[in-house]
Design a protein around this ligand. Structure first.
Ligand code: SAM
Length: 725
């Protein structure tokens, strides 16, 4: 863990006082503590956080391993509501101490189901400074793998309750230029299903302007402007050296020098897309002023309607240092630093200057002191045992548009619907487009071509590109579509269900061919309907709520509600069709795979025996019995075949639920039958073996492999490492 170039460069930049340099270096050489955030909707998170604080931490408080006391997890002091935690425990303690082993499995399972997000502490900062509210139009320009997108979604859904999801009037577009990584992002975001989410796969530096119906000028279109934009740009990542040890070996100043241009272009594009009064958070996990203050300074100079916000009191417990007002770039040889760009140019040929990727913007601009750069936030590893990080919060002057908390839905005027594209109002005419007219053709052209791919480390690999766009389009179904109508009827949904916001995803856009139905809010609908999906490289819109389930041999497939979508669908479900179960019932469902209806306690048994086969929703109210407790209501999806029931959640979710309610994992592998009679079950009058056999045959076709009924591999560290950023 030594790199002379790194030390020389940063000492020259005076990023910390000289007498602090060794402490900073020492801290960079020590392993990073494990940090995680209790995620998901606010109330679920608070309930899980209480379990952590009141059960897990006391259990871990007096652990002694090999004669040494081991400290329990502690809350990160600056994170709101105490929802972020950290602990520093050697791997062998996690593997061998029974208390920590149990805690580790708890974390792995809860991470799998999305209630815990393993995230570096400093990476949790940018969304906190963005201050997102449920009605905001939000853009996450470089979003994959999505840990910050998840935080932004949580903020949009701040009004959710434990068992129901609000439909925010706002919008979140999460974008990344790497196609593969957008799919990781979609997977991550599915953990907080949101009808307000869209995912696009574009180069953020040339992000096209999107059209939406004008709110002030009916029948016209205007450019979509955002209230909040996150620019968590690709960077050299030298603030992550405690975790990514490879950077010690490879670090060189050219990493940051080469990225400055792209970082500035992404920030400047965000500035063009932002509404007056809106806010941008620019962040990197780099210590380098060329990637940080230099980008902010150049962007502010070019956009005088922007200023840096003083956010020093926002998180009082966060220890940080002010942004720099002086720095001195160096060329790749690191032999010299140059006071000015002009002095640098004197030392090289034109070709060398181009190759160096240096520009005037790499240096502090004239009048740098007027830009308030000390309002930027620098986090160094030794300040509070974290990674290194940089955040700047920029605000655009102008009046904040007063968005009503819930938008009124606007149907397109018949003239607009029927007009051929060429006759539709031109975006620029309608709005004086957020995109300057002379820039528009370049942006449009570039957006049509495949987006370039630049990996997290920031260096684009030769020949890499986003490839041609092969995603299926999203199409809204007419509210009276027969497939949709039969689905809503079968699932007992009320007429208030927003059926005009249901989308399908197949080449011909028909309901008949659909195997899944998605739902969006009005804002997502407006964007999808008024923009060519190929041009905006639309990879995902809304959230999947219903899927077709094979119902067994010779029986027609039926619709069911996806587990994750239940909080969204339940408020629109006829209340009398939601069955109610107790903890004994839940224990049978968690421990057994195809329990017979006959084994459940009354009145649940009679209720389910009287139901037609197919999708069934059950509410388990808050309660407590010997060996089990539910601290809040839980709603779960079941599938009923002729004589048995199945809990339609995947293996990890089942185990996580079991640990939360029964304090241990009581699940059994799919094929293994319980040796004894199911706990809490009544005496069964017919041969259980015979009937179970029959039930398994019935279910063989019915339970899908894949997103819901599947049996994914057991939880391990990889599951947590996967989502770490
Ligand atoms: C620092 S990472 C983002 C991490 C993410 N915000 C999170 O919290 O999970 C930078 C991302 O920028 C993406 N990227 C690189 N160049 C880009 C560009 N020109 N436009 C959009 N995204 C880009 C990379 O694929 C990478 O996923």
């Amino acid at each position: 863990m030594h790199n002379e170039r790194f030390a020389t460069y940063y000492k020259t930049q005076k990023i910390v006082p000289e007498d602090e340099w060794e402490t900073l270096l020492e801290s960079l050489r020590t392993p990073l503590p494990t940090t995680f955030r209790v995620a998901g909707s606010r109330l679920t998170a608070q309930s899980l956080n209480a379990t952590l604080r009141d059960t897990h931490v006391p259990n871990l408080s007096n652990v002694v391993f090999e004669d040494q006391p081991v400290s329990p997890p502690v809350q990160i002091p600056w994170y709101p509501d105490g929802l972020a935690w950290q602990f520093n425990v050697p791997k062998k303690v996690l593997r061998k101490s029974p208390e920590f082993k149990e805690f580790h499995s708890f974390l792995v399972f809860e991470t799998e189901v999305g209630n815990v997000s393993r995230q570096e502490a400093v990476s949790m900062l940018p969304p906190l400074f963005l201050d997102v509210e449920p009605h905001h139009r939000v853009m996450d320009m470089c979003a994959a793998p999505g840990s910050k997108t998840a935080q932004l979604l949580e903020a949009l859904h701040a009004h959710d309750t434990l068992t129901s999801t609000s439909i925010p009037s706002g919008l979140l577009i999460a974008n990344d230029s790497d196609h593969k990584r957008t799919h990781l992002l979609i997977h991550q975001s599915a953990r907080l299903p949101s009808p307000a989410l869209m995912v696009t796969n574009l180069d953020a530096s040339i992000y096209p302007s999107m059209k939406v119906p004008s709110t002030t000028n009916p029948g016209r279109l205007e450019a979509l402007q955002f209230d909040r934009i996150l620019c968590d740009v690709p960077c050299s990542g030298d603030g992550t050296m405690r975790k990514n040890l490879g950077i010690w070996k490879t670090w060189q100043p050219q990493d940051g020098n080469g990225l400055h241009g792209l970082q500035l272009r992404i920030l400047q594009r965000a500035m063009k897309l932002l509404a007056p009064g809106g806010r941008i958070v620019y962040s990197t996990c780099s210590l380098n002023p060329v990637e940080n203050e230099a980008v902010i300074a150049s962007a502010l100079k070019a956009n005088p309607d922007f200023h840096l916000l003083d956010v020093s009191t926002k998180l009082p417990a966060l220890v940080s240092r002010p942004g720099l007002t002086w720095w001195q770039p160096t060329d790749r040889s690191l032999k010299m630093t140059y006071e000015t760009y002009e002095k640098f140019l004197e030392t090289c040929t034109e070709g060398e200057a181009v190759k160096s990727k240096m520009s005037r913007g790499h240096w502090p601009p004239e009048g740098v002191e007027e830009l308030n750069l000390p309002r930027c936030i620098r986090i160094y590893p030794h300040l509070q045992d974290t990674g290194g990080f940089f955040v700047a919060v920029l605000e655009r002057s102008g009046e904040v548009a007063q968005t009503p908390p819930r938008e009124k839905k606007r149907e397109a005027s018949p003239a607009e619907e029927e007009a051929p594209d060429s006759k539709k109002p031109r975006l620029e005419e309608a709005t004086g487009d957020a995109t300057p007219t002379e820039e528009a053709p370049k942006v449009e052209e570039a957006a049509k071509s495949a987006a370039p791919v630049i990996p997290v480390g920031g260096k684009a690999k030769k020949g890499e590109s986003g490839g041609s766009f092969k995603e299926n389009p999203y199409t809204f179904l007419p509210a009276d579509d027969p497939t949709l109508a039969s689905c809503l009827k079968r699932l007992h949904l009320t007429p208030t269900f927003p059926s005009s916001n249901v989308l399908v995803r197949n080449p011909d856009g028909s309901g008949e061919a659909a195997r899944s139905l998605y739902i969006s809010n009005d804002r997502v609908k407006a964007v999808v309907q008024h923009n060519d999906y190929n041009r905006i490289r639309l990879t995902f819109a809304g959230t999947k709520v219903f899927t077709k389930q094979e119902a067994g041999r010779g029986v027609e497939a039926q619709w069911r509600v996806l587990d994750d979508a239940l909080p969204l669908v339940v408020p629109y479900t006829e209340p009398e069709t939601i069955a109610v179960g107790d903890l004994v019932t839940l224990r049978i469902l968690v421990a057994t795979h195809y329990p017979l209806c006959a084994v459940f306690p009354e009145p649940f048994k009679t209720v389910v025996q009287g139901r037609e086969s197919g999708s069934l929703v059950v509410r388990f109210p808050e309660s407590k019995i010997e060996g089990a407790s539910l601290s809040h209501d839980v709603i779960l999806p079941l599938w009923k075949s002729n004589i048995s029931l199945t809990l339609m959640i995947d293996k990890k979710a089942r185990s996580a639920l079991s640990m939360r309610v029964f304090g241990k994992d009581i699940t059994t592998p799919a094929k293994e039958r319980p040796q004894t009679q199911t706990p809490g079950a009544e005496a069964v009058v017919v041969s259980v073996d015979e009937l179970e056999e029959q039930a398994e045959v019935e279910m063989a076709d019915a339970v899908p492999a894949g997103d819901d009924g599947s049996e994914p591999a057991a939880g391990d560290d990889a599951a947590m490492a996967d989502v770490e950023n």
